[in-house]
Design a binder for this molecule. Structure first.
Ligand code: ADP
Ligand code: NA
Length: 329
């Protein structure tokens, strides 16, 4: 059975892009993989987080993942900072990663924008911590959205250079599992930006704990054009906002974009947004409801994470200790 590692930042409430790009696949991959799921709080503080909020969001996210169907009887769910192996291997990888590789990372450029000098060194070396997250478990498959593809290529470069520099065959190559549909869900306010839980506008995303009214309002206010839905997918080519809404509908209803268009062609966005709202509410409402229930027992959630951390540590500790030996520690 192949081992999966995947993470999500507890820097906010998971949004629809996290669900379609990652969480939904995590749930189905559990059937035939050994899974390690991580709330990456060390990644979250690459941009400042209010401490109490970070602690609280870590628990909320654990609840959301359990509500979405993560099975902690069979698989591991924990928070990153609880297992020191991540930080130790990340340091070694900081010394393997080349500055030139980091300079090419588009996510840093997107997040830092023009104000590059004012961002943390942590945000810059984020990809080498991500490589450590994965390789501390020698995981070989990583289910992620398309935005993480470049970071996984860097993970493979780090593994290869480590093996080469130290003359070992120690770290494996990893494979990105990017979903075929909705691999990049876009912002509801700006069809050129990805939907993100760290976008300052809450109107830009649907959060997995949003109630039906909130979802309806956000979709009603979503940016669109004045056209109608085309007959064929080609008719969405230069219409990023329209394309995004149709893509979300298709992914959540388990339909192809073509089938969605066959059903809704000729409709304006008024009626289509109503149909989309129904599909989104159907997918998300049960998760939100179960999350609320789980959040009533924070002691239980904390103990799920604690036992997850012990199981994670049992895998990562010998691997990272061996890596430390290899470099001469
Ligand atoms: P965010 O940008 O919302 O903070 P994270 O960095 O925590 O997201 O990413 C968690 C997972 O969700 C990753 O696998 C990432 O690829 C996926 N993901 C994030 N945003 C999107 C999106 N807009 N569309 C598809 N997948 C996404
Ligand atoms: Na992110």
């Amino acid at each position: 059975m192949q081992r999966i590692f995947s993470g999500i930042q507890p820097s906010g409430i998971p949004q629809l892009g996290n669900y379609l790009g990652a969480i939904r696949n995590w749930v189905s991959l559990q059937a035939d993989h050994e899974c390690v799921f991580c709330l990456v709080d060390m990644h979250a503080i690459t941009t400042w987080q209010a401490p109490d909020k970070l602690r609280n969001q870590t628990l909320t996210q654990a609840a959301i993942l359990l509500a979405a169907g993560i099975d902690t009887d069979k698989h591991i769910l924990f928070n990153q900072s609880a297992v020191s192996a991540h930080a130790r291997l990340a340091w070694i990888f900081n010394c393997v990663t080349r500055l030139g590789w980091l300079n090419r990372m588009t996510q840093f450029k997107d997040k830092a924008g023009k104000d590059r000098e004012n961002h943390s060194a942590g945000l810059y070396v984020y990809p080498s911590l991500m490589a450590a997250d994965i390789l501390a478990y020698k995981a070989t498959r990583v289910p992620v959205g398309e935005d993480q593809k470049q970071h996984l290529e860097l993970t493979n470069d780090v593994a290869q250079k480590f093996n080469h520099d130290y003359g070992v065959e120690f770290f494996p190559q990893v494979e990105a599992l990017i979903p075929p549909a909705a691999a990049r869900v876009m912002s509801l306010r700006d069809g050129t930006k990805k939907m993100s839980k760290s976008d300052p506008s809450a109107q830009s995303r649907i959060e997995l704990t949003d109630d039906a009214d909130t979802i309806a309002l956000k979709i009603r206010r979503a940016k669109t054009d004045t056209g109608v839905l085309p007959e064929e997918a080609g008719g969405l080519a230069d219409r990023p906002e329209a394309k995004n809404l149709v893509t979300i509908y298709a992914a959540l209803a388990d339909m192809s974009v073509e089938d969605v268009l066959a059903r809704h062609q000729g409709e304006g966005f008024g009626p289509f947004k109503q149909a989309l709202t129904e599909v989104v509410v159907n997918a998300i409402a049960p998760i939100a409801l179960e999350t609320t229930r789980l959040m009533q027992d924070e002691t239980h959630l904390a103990s799920v994470l604690r036992s997850g951390a012990l199981r994670a540590q049992a895998i990562a500790e010998p691997i990272v200790t061996e890596a430390e030996k290899i470099v001469g520690f």
